[in-house]
Design a binder for this molecule. Structure first.
Ligand code: ADP
Ligand code: MG
Length: 588
């Protein structure tokens, strides 16, 4: 397999390259060796590490191996067809490194290379130290290559000093191998530190199982699949629900045409798709595979080949955001159906009256349908603390009749569903419902205003008067009827119907107080008011709910555009699956 294009680089060039980024730390050695194994068509790659890679890194594969001549060339000098002189180094950014990894690694370690080329009957064993060949001999081996790197940086003490704690270096190695494990589902990967197996994935595992092993069960369990195409471009993979986020981006993996990349554009697209569903400083988990015609990307913009550049960045971002948004929409529809169906299974045992059932199944579009409980409220029912009809039958009886749903700690709605327990924060969920109701009412200009039989007079302090004058329009936008009454007084003559059972004075004063702490010039006052009113209108933690009320909250929640978080970005729903229990009970 002689290749006349291969040239031997001069020593100064080699040094320059070796000082580069190829062999920065044990993890970069692992990365280069595994990449070579993948390039060689390996179906199984074993990585053994000792002392976090400082004592030993061994990568063994069943790829197509090297002839004795190739093996010698590959690791002694910069065998490459890509660059010839130092001046060419500047162009590496566009070429990427070729032919430097093995030599660079050999130069800073004691290396053993054992390889046998497919179709030949003898293998080769080459021993090197500081890049010099010490010994070559025939060796028995199946087709494939094993490279052992011992005492990394033994001859570059300065480098050795820069290595981080063993745990850190090992974590980095595990992360490198993990990324390969996720991006090459057809390859078996095994990573061991001493006698301890850190990761073992086989081709029979599905992607989610691999993700579970690489990113952990918590991340994997919070994920749903996505798959979306637009022309020749497509996105597939797994993303977390907005309710299970993390405080860093460590569980966001992006692959472009099978290669693990870092990409700000993809990160931004992901973030955009979750938009207002995320709390500040929280990040979703995602394993996303983006496939594009290779003419549309440049993966060699960085020497370590991790960065990727898209020709049409805007389009790619839209592709990813759309894929995620569509998935959430679909999910919501399923949940919504689920909630409605479960609300009234069969002859609707929980339904207190025909009217109530009608509300759920009404075809009338829009918010009015969702919020028509008020109108249908019957005088017979004890008013619930938050203005919806109370159930006619006693709560105790219902609890017996409806084991599918119950309230925990007067705060959480717990519901059984196939294979999982769904726990909803009653306040957060209801807040989301009202938030969207008020937002739509504000933008649509349609209000359900309830005139007060006894108008409420507010006598304000000088500073509150100032704030009130600034936010009076916002109050009106929300459906309050408030008039100035003298210099420092206002009269509230009407409120949004949903707030009619509330302490009107307290609601208005609290809004003033909340807003006095904000810089009104910098915030969206109406949106802020909507949040405050939603919080006020929603059931509180501590409010006792009947089964009907709980179902109503869930049903309305799933009609929301963004059901999985409250307006402040906290999760509304948490799901506990059988798999979670199995892990908690350490069955798995
Ligand atoms: P590059 O991968 O950029 O060509 P390397 O220094 O990493 O440069 O490897 C040099 C050459 O050695 C490769 O091009 C390949 O021909 C050969 N090689 C390295 N590792 C393996 C392996 N595991 N199996 C087969 N061939 C290998
Ligand atoms: Mg290589």
């Amino acid at each position: 397999m002689n290749n006349s294009q291969i040239k031997i680089l001069r020593e100064d060039v080699i040094c320059k390259i070796s000082a580069g980024e190829v062999v920065e730390r044990p993890a970069s050695v692992v990365k280069e060796l595994v990449e070579n194994s993948i390039d060689a068509g390996a179906g199984s790659i074993s990585i053994d590490i000792e002392s976090a890679g400082q004592a030993l890194i061994r990568v063994a594969d069943d790829g197509n191996g090297m002839t004795p001549e190739d093996a010698k060339l590959a690791c002694t000098r910069h065998a490459t067809s890509k660059i010839a002189d130092i001046g060419d180094l500047d162009r590496l950014n566009t070429f990427g490194f070729r032919g430097e990894a093995l030599a660079s690694i050999a130069a800073v370690s004691q290396m053993d290379l054992v390889t046998r080329r497919q179709g030949t009957d003898a293998g080769t064993h080459i021993e090197l130290e500081s890049g010099e060949i010490r010994r070559i001999r025939p060796a028995g081996r199946d087709t494939g290559t094993t490279i052992e790197v011992r005492n990394l940086f033994f001859n570059v003490p300065a480098r050795r000093k820069f290595l981080k704690k063993d745990a850190t270096e090992l974590a980095e190695i595990a992360s490198v191998v993990g990324h390969f494990a996720v991006s090459y589902p057809a390859i078996e990967f095994r990573l061991a530190h001493g006698v301890r197996t850190i990761l073992h994935v086989t081709p029979s595992m599905d992607m989610l199982e691999r993700i579970r092993l690489v990113l952990g069960g918590d991340v994997a369990d919070s994920m749903v699949d996505v798959s979306f195409s637009s022309g020749l471009r497509n996105v597939k993979g797994f993303i977390s629900l907005p309710s299970s986020t993390r405080k860093d981006k460590s569980s966001q993996l992006f692959f472009v045409n099978g290669r693990n990349v870092r990409s700000r554009a993809l990160g931004d697209a992901l973030h955009d798709a979750y938009a207002s569903m995320l709390e500040r400083g929280r990040y979703p988990s995602a394993v996303l595979f983006v496939d594009l015609p290779s003419s549309e990307i440049d993966v060699n913009v960085h020497p370590t080949k991790l960065l990727v550049k898209f020709d049409d960045e805007k389009n790619i971002k839209a592709l990813v955001s759309d894929a995620i948004r569509l998935r959430f929409d679909a999910l919501k529809t399923v949940k919504q159906h689920d909630a409605v169906e479960r609300s009234f299974p069969g002859p609707a045992p929980f339904s207190t009256s025909h009217e109530t059932a009608e509300v759920f199944h009404s075809d009338a579009p829009g918010i009015q349908t969702q919020f028509s409980y008020d109108i249908k409220k019957e005088s017979g029912g004890k008013p619930a603390p938050w203005g919806w009809p109370a159930a006619k039958t006693s709560p105790e009886r219902r609890d017996v009749e409806t084991p599918g749903i119950f309230q925990l700690g007067d705060c959480y709605i717990v519901r059984m569903s196939q294979g999982e327990i769904e726990i909803t924060d009653q306040h957060a969920a209801h807040e989301r419902v009202f938030y969207e109701y008020f937002t739509k009412a504000v933008s649509g200009g349609a209000h359900d205003v309830q005139s007060l039989l006894f108008p409420v007079r507010l006598d304000l302090s000088a500073s509150d008067t100032l704030i009130m004058s600034k936010i009076l329009d916002a109050f009106k936008a929300l459906g309050f009827l408030i008039e100035a009454f003298g210099e420092r007084s206002y009269v509230v003559q009407g409120v949004p119907a949903l707030l009619k059972d509330r302490d009107v004075k307290a609601v208005v004063m609290d809004a003033l107080t909340d807003l006095s702490e904000k810089d009104l010039a910098k915030i969206d006052v109406v949106d802020e008011m909507v949040k405050i009113m939603s919080c006020r209108a929603a059931v509180k933690a501590g409010d006792k709910l009947t089964a009907d009320e709980m179902y109503a909250i869930l049903e309305q929640l799933y009609r929301c555009d963004l059901p999985f978080t409250c307006p402040h970005g906290r999760p509304t729903i948490i799901e506990l699956k059988v798999g979670d229990l199995e892990r908690m009970f350490r069955r798995k």
